[in-house]
Ligand binder design. Structure first.
Ligand code: PMV
Length: 347
């Protein structure tokens, strides 16, 4: 028996990768494993209204961002629905009104695809659960991540917290290309409440969409080495997360960030996604670290913004430094104080 209509709301976090996903095969299967911190402040809140309809031939939906109809988002969601329809048989049965908003500034250069796609996937899973109340929590989360992956690869890491692995690799038991899993090993308390201050260096449109970016890894001269390196880095990170060695942690994640950018600089066509201010910030971080011995470090996404990462116990001094020395390099002095966070929540 079908449910006539209903409404469900999920709040889903963004995430920042430590070992980066860059390059994919067919069906959103990653070329290499990745691991990320779930964020605590950067979130998408999505309400899915669903109403049973007559015509079952097409997908029917509308998207609202902050209460305003946004047809620009429709193609992306149409593609998402096409990719997941064989796993979500009720998709053509309902008209969907998708209402979404982000806790971070719109077009801040922060990708909303991870939190947005995971929130939508979770809403769909709630409908599936209504139709089939027997579903276990484990299955619910795994399938939500599986569906989110088909929307945006990194979204598979945005269902749970606080450290998530996506992509099969020998050193992590249970890891799979199909969905994200909670990091299954002991993590040193140095990483508890790890801080991420996001410096918004450039809020413009992304120069390279991630679809184009991933495709640049096909026939890339360094692809194989890069994919091998990601497996090695994940294995190394496992020992670091256990020992709590912050200097090794910093070396690994900064190298990952620069390698991601190096892949883009050495692809054909090639791109430089950092801005002059990105480099100013990186150099300031390095000299401050040298001068103080504090464990400030950075990572980057596929753009110019800088995620400044540091342990909770050094937060006071480092945040002072960020405000006094780094925020000046941000567009309109905008930055977001975030930290490692937890599971998505149904509201
Ligand atoms: O999820 P996508 O397809 O937008 O890819 C994002 C990839 C990076 O953000 C650059 C790295 C990562 O692992 O999140």
């Amino acid at each position: 028996s079908k449910i006539e209509n209903g409404k469900v709301t999920w709040e889903s976090p963004s995430n920042i990768a430590l070992v980066k996903y860059w390059g994919k095969k067919k069906n959103q299967i990653p070329e290499n494993p990745s691991i990320s911190f779930t964020l605590n402040e950067c979130k998408t809140i999505t309400t899915l209204n669903y109403t049973l309809k007559e015509n079952k031939t097409d997908f029917e939906f509308d998207v609202f961002l902050d209460g305003k109809k946004e047809d620009a988002f429709k193609p992306k969601i149409q593609t998402f629905f096409e990719r997941i329809e064989s796993y979500v048989p009720f998709l053509r049965d309902y008209y969907f009104k998708i209402e979404t908003s982000n806790t971070f500034p719109h077009s801040s250069g922060i990708a909303s695809s991870a939190s947005g796609m995971s929130a939508l996937a979770l809403c769909l899973m709630s409908i599936e659960k209504e139709l089939n109340p027997e579903l276990s929590d484990v299955f619910f989360n795994q399938k939500a991540s599986f569906l989110a992956r088909l929307g945006s690869g990194s979204a598979s890491r945005s269902i749970e917290g606080d450290l998530i692995v996506w992509g099969k690799t020998d050193s992590i038991t249970g890891s799979t290309d199909l969905f994200g899993i909670k990091y299954p090993y002991k993590v040193h308390e140095n990483f508890k409440e790890y801080q991420d201050t996001i410096l918004l260096v450039d809020k413009g449109e992304k120069q390279v969409s991630s679809t184009v970016g991933h495709n640049l890894m096909h026939n890339h001269p360094f692809a194989k080495n890069r994919f091998d390196q990601a497996h090695e880095n994940l294995e190394t990170l496992k020992t670091i997360l256990e020992s709590g060695d912050l200097n090794q942690f910093i070396a690994l994640i900064e190298s990952e960030a620069l390698t991601l950018h190096a892949m883009m600089m050495t692809s054909m066509p090639y791109f430089i996604l950092m801005k002059p201010n990105t480099l100013e910030i990186i150099n300031k971080i390095w000299s401050f670290r040298k001068d103080t011995g504090l464990h400030i470090s950075f990572t980057l996404d596929a753009g110019a913004n800088v995620h400044v990462l540091y342990p909770k116990k050094e937060a006071k001094v480092i945040l002072e430094f960020i405000k006094n020395e780094l925020v000046a390099y941000c567009q309109n002095e905008q930055y977001i104080c975030d930290r490692i966070g937890f599971d998505a929540k149904q509201l």
